[in-house]
Design a protein around this ligand. Sequence first.
Ligand SMILES: [Mg+2]
Length: 205
Amino acid sequence: MYQNLLFDWSGTLVDDLPPTLYATNAVLSDHGVAPMEREEFRARFRLPYPEFYAEVLPGVPVSEVEDTFRSAFRESPQQVTVLPHAREMLEWASEQGIRCFVLSSMDVELFTHQAEAFGLISHFEKIYAGVIDKREKIGGILTDHSLEKNVTAFVGDMVHDIETAHHGGVSSVAVATGYDPVPRLEKAQPTHLCDDLLRFREMLV
Ligand SMILES: [Mg+2]
């Protein structure tokens, strides 16, 4: 049984793929690059996201991309929604006394706006947002909060999340509700691969 859960945000607790795609296409269009369809984006997008931008917009500084991205994200006709079972997962974890954290690459400003609007902030002991490379951060988080590796798991929807868990020496829980397709998640060898957070919670009880 896990006593500590680190959660990714996008694709794990919330569905922000529509506004992310919208904002990415705004950035691409700004630089005269054709927009991507959802599946092309899912196939090509990866974390740390500067690697993705280096591939699709070579030579364009990431700092330049971020401003356009942030404002287009806000203007997107389709907004962010809480994923099914996410709220219940966090409420259940709180009831069980499981310590919860967020470790996300999402821009701090966008993250804070969403987490406050959805009323989810109180579930987290500490939030780490705007982390470009989560692998470089996880060790410090485990140390700072005295989290024992054998009872800690990182829950996420991308290969980078699984690699981050491996890097930190904690268990990894891949959820199939987000950006990376299941075959790609499988290849990264997560400790658990779950359809969604309900399946993960069922596994824990
Ligand atoms: Mg994610």
